[in-house]
Design a protein around this ligand. Structure first.
Ligand code: ADE
Ligand code: ZN
Length: 326
């Protein structure tokens, strides 16, 4: 089993249906419109977001959030992950009545606990939700810069790609860049290659969340390869959301063959019936990747991680030792 690393998981989207039902009971809410037969119920991106927002609203206290990140990271470590970067969303915290600082610190407490139990390293990416609005994304950027939590190392942009253009978010990402935060934005998931090109033109991120629909434009694929932009690919999520009809038609192998830096990620694992382990299994079974090639994907993720140099070197050394053992 190759060692793994994840760069793209939304922490509220990592809560299992059982945990969400437990939270719903705790707060006196009826989860049945969104969870049936132990699975989240949705049929397209809009209804996925509705189920996601319903569940996120059931995490309200520092203890709720600390347990959530501790649980997610502990199970990730059990599946062979040495590193995780997950998206956190101050907008969800505010909606739940918690200050962004208390929210980030609580999730950080979960990281510390999981690290003590399993050795897994993790960092957090403060993420603006584009359909919440431009001002909210800028507020998220200012929070990421000033929060003072050393485990917050990046700024991201998620939400409904069909709303707003990347030119709307330039200021937010300039705030982050000036402060030395890492930058990643979702693009080329629900919308075509044009949004990936717009993200590169306007935001200049080192990583793109998904980015897979860049495959529609060979010149753009070449640009991604030439510029060394890292793609946070989530094949299980893409097939579940019908971005591609099957794994056989997923462009991960083609992007890799074209020289793009690609990584494997679970996105919102229980919504898409996946896990980081399943993503690596998909790559093995459907993309024909060997354990050695998969370890290379993990190395790409660590090299692209928004983490200090010393931690990155230690993680790369761990991968090196694992490579020598096989
Ligand atoms: N928020 C949570 N999951 C997301 C996804 N897959 N795309 C965009 N925004 C999201
Ligand atoms: Zn995502």
């Amino acid at each position: 089993m190759p060692l793994k690393a994840e760069l793209h998981c939304h922490i509220e989207g990592a809560a299992s249906p059982e945990l969400v039902i437990r939270q719903a009971t705790k707060y006196g809410r009826d989860a049945s419109p969104f969870i049936r037969d132990g699975a989240f119920v949705w049929h397209d991106f809009t209804s996925f977001l509705a189920a996601y927002d319903f569940s996120a609203d059931l995490f309200r206290t520092e203890d709720d959030y600390a347990r959530l990140s501790e649980h997610y990271l502990t199970s990730l470590a059990r599946d062979g992950a040495v590193y995780s970067e997950f998206f956190i969303s101050p907008d969800h915290a505010l909606k739940a009545g918690l200050s962004p600082a208390a929210y980030a610190d609580a999730l950080g407490e979960g990281i510390v606990r999981a690290r003590a139990k399993t050795g897994i390293e993790a960092r957090m990416i403060v993420t603006g939700v584009r359909h919440v609005g431009i001002e909210a994304v800028e507020q998220a950027a200012r929070f990421a810069v000033k929060c003072g939590n050393p485990l917050v190392t990046g700024l991201g942009l998620a939400g409904d790609e069909r709303i707003g253009g990347f030119d709307d978010f330039v200021r937010a990402f300039e705030i982050a860049r000036e402060a030395g935060l890492g930058i990643t934005v979702h693009a080329g998931e629900l919308t075509g290659w044009q949004t990936v090109a717009a993200a590169l033109d306007h935001i200049r991120p080192s990583r793109i969340g998904h980015g897979v629909r860049a495959i529609e434009n060979p010149d753009l694929v070449k640009r991604i390869a030439d510029e060394g932009v890292v793609l946070e690919c989530c094949p299980g999520s893409n097939v579940a959301l019908a971005v591609f009809p099957s794994f056989a038609e997923h462009p991960f192998p083609a992007l890799m063959a074209a020289g793009c830096k690609v990584t494997l990620n679970s996105d919102d694992p229980p919504y898409f019936h996946t896990s980081l382990k399943r993503e690596y299994d998909i790559a093995s079974v459907h993309f024909g990747m060997s354990d050695k090639a998969l370890l290379g994907v993990t190395r790409t993720a660590i090299e692209a991680a928004f983490v200090d140099r010393k931690t990155k070197q230690a993680l790369l050394a761990k991968l090196g030792r694992a490579g020598q053992r096989r």
